[in-house]
Write a protein that binds this ligand. Structure first.
Ligand code: GAP
Length: 510
């Protein structure tokens, strides 16, 4: 799938726009248009329903974005939430050192193996394969130019966040953007939190931060939730909301943005039961994505190896999706032990232990954290849904969203603008909306073109009022994916659409 085509469809059909575009935009920020906002709301509502309202062991929370800065001291974000950054003195580009790679070819002479080797170095963003691919032509040219020298098959791969690279070697590395060598700085630590000031005075005492994750608001409220008496271990607290990170390289459309929404759960449990709950959430979260249409062969659960694990975590796994730009993280599920509650207990001086009535024991609960991004999930659902196929020999672009996620569930058309057909169609739209089913009325253009427009918007069902409606009070309902149609009584159309969207019924032809 071509990412550019998806980005262009999102713009054209009103899913996602660059933020403040009329002023030239702002890197790393995006706006959701009329269809996009419905898609993202449906993602969040499906998540909230499937994790909070449909369960007995979960409650919700909605915390403020700006919190007491001590929260970020305790969580470790003030000290450690940073990325290694490199700058180019020539082009002023700024990059994440841990995402940049250089490949060094030694141009040793075949005739004189003892001669001092010269080097040919290529660099760029991504891993070794990405860099070799992006520099294919240059490498070929260098191979030809050095035909008298043996071209070693072995070459050295350098990650630019490796602090042990010698100065003379570092000076050979080209800037990943402008390609000049000797112009990039050594990596420096860059804190990703957006800083602001609270109140009238802009001094050290008024510094605050936009939250870089929703999770800490949950830990900070753990005692409040337990004290309201509604919960008993094991239980989870869920929160959705905006988070902000001053990412060095926002990229891949909405995948890495500077303002984004998270859907996070902190699931509190007894220490000896935590591993079981970790397995449970790993599987549950994977199934949630496949249940909403992501193909399991495009998804994988990748366990972190010991080098990747945070020191307090006994296990963490990422759910990764094969995006068109590469396999990348959709969500992380972390076994965080008692780290967060212990840190907040230490920094706040408040007792955050829990008394287990059943076991007559007091302890700090352990935590399993499934942490997902609403924008990343919406992007994965868009990528998965995007299909170019043919209907009746005609090419079409269609977004095959799961009906629960589709921005509009049903479009209703009068075949022609006369004989009372528009009035019947408008009444069906009103009836659907009254049932909280998002419906759309369209009377413009040939019926085939109206279908195509809805296919591109991802609308799963189209209802058409035609001549036969006036005779027998039935309408056609068309299925987006198969383009099959059947007739349904006008009186039953709302129930029929409702059942199809809920999956109670699947589409069959007469
Ligand atoms: N509380 C844990 C936490 O925040 P994370 O892996 O940094 O963990 C969790 O973030 C999820 O939030 C990611 O898997 C991703 O879906 C989303 N996310 C993180 N940074 C993002 C960004 N810059 N743009 C869009 N989504 C992001």
């Amino acid at each position: 799938m071509d990412m550019d085509k998806l980005v262009s469809l999102c713009k054209r059909r009103g899913f996602i726009f660059p933020s403040s575009e009329i002023y030239g935009g702002i890197n790393g920020f995006w706006d959701y248009g009329p269809l996009g906002v419905e898609l993202k709301r449906n993602v969040k509502e499906a998540w909230w329903h499937d994790h909070v309202t449909s369960r007995d062991d979960m409650v919700g929370l909605d915390c403020s974005i700006i919190m007491n800065p001590k929260v970020w001291e305790a969580s470790g974000h003030l000290g450690g939430f940073s990325d290694p950054m490199i700058d180019c003195r020539a082009c002023k580009g700024r990059f994440r050192a841990d995402q940049a790679t250089a490949v060094v070819f030694a141009l040793g002479s075949a005739e004189d193996p003892a001669s001092k080797p010269r080097f040919f170095v290529v660099g760029g963003i991504g891993d070794r394969d990405d860099v070799l691919k992006a520099n294919e032509k240059g490498i070929e040219k260098a191979k030809k130019a050095n035909k008298t020298a043996a071209w070693p098959e072995t070459s050295e791969t350098i990650r630019l966040d490796d602090a042990t690279i010698a100065d003379d070697r570092y000076a050979l590395i080209p800037c990943p953007a402008c390609g000049q060598a000797g112009t990039i700085t050594r990596p420096r630590s860059f804190n990703l939190m957006f800083k602001t000031y609270v109140g009238a005075l802009e001094d050290d005492s008024s510094v605050a931060y936009l939250r870089p994750e929703t999770a800490q608001g949950i830990f900070a409220n753990f005692k409040n939730v337990v004290d309201t008496g509604r919960v008993k271990l094991p239980f989870g607290i869920a929160q959705t909301g905006k988070s902000f990170r001053n990412e060095i390289n926002p990229r891949n459309f909405t995948f890495r943005s500077r303002e984004f929404e998270q859907m996070e759960i902190e699931f509190f449990c007894r220490p000896d039961e935590a591993q079981e709950w970790y397995q449970y959430w790993r599987d549950y979260r994977f199934k949630w994505y496949t249940g909403l249409g992501l193909r399991s062969d495009r998804l994988r659960l990748r366990d972190h190896d010991s080098a990747e694990l945070a020191f307090y975590s006994t296990a963490t796994a990422d759910i990764e999706y094969a995006f068109p730009f590469g396999v990348s993280e959709l969500e992380g599920i972390a076994h965080r032990g008692d780290y967060d509650l212990s840190r907040h207990q230490q920094f706040s001086g408040k007792d955050l232990s829990y008394f287990d009535e059943e076991r007559k024991e007091r302890f700090i609960p352990h935590v399993i954290e499934p942490s997902a991004g609403a924008d990343r999930a919406a992007l994965a659902f868009l990528c998965e849904a995007f299909v170019e196929d043919e209907i009746g020999g005609e090419p079409r672009t269609v977004l095959k969203f799961h009906p629960r996620l589709a921005p509009v569930k049903a479009a209703v058309f009068p075949l022609v603008k006369r004989d009372g057909m528009p009035e019947i169609a408008q009444k069906i739209v009103a009836d659907l909306k009254r049932k909280k089913i998002n419906a759309f009325y369209d009377e413009k253009g040939a019926i085939g073109r109206r279908y195509r427009r809805q296919d591109e918007a991802g609308t799963p069902f189209c209802v058409t009022v035609d001549g036969q409606t006036l005779v027998d009070q039935t309408v056609t309902i068309r299925d987006r994916d198969s383009s099959k149609q059947r007739r349904v009584a006008v009186d039953s159309i709302v129930a029929a659409v409702d059942d199809l969207v809920d999956g109670v019924e699947t589409f069959t032809t007469d």
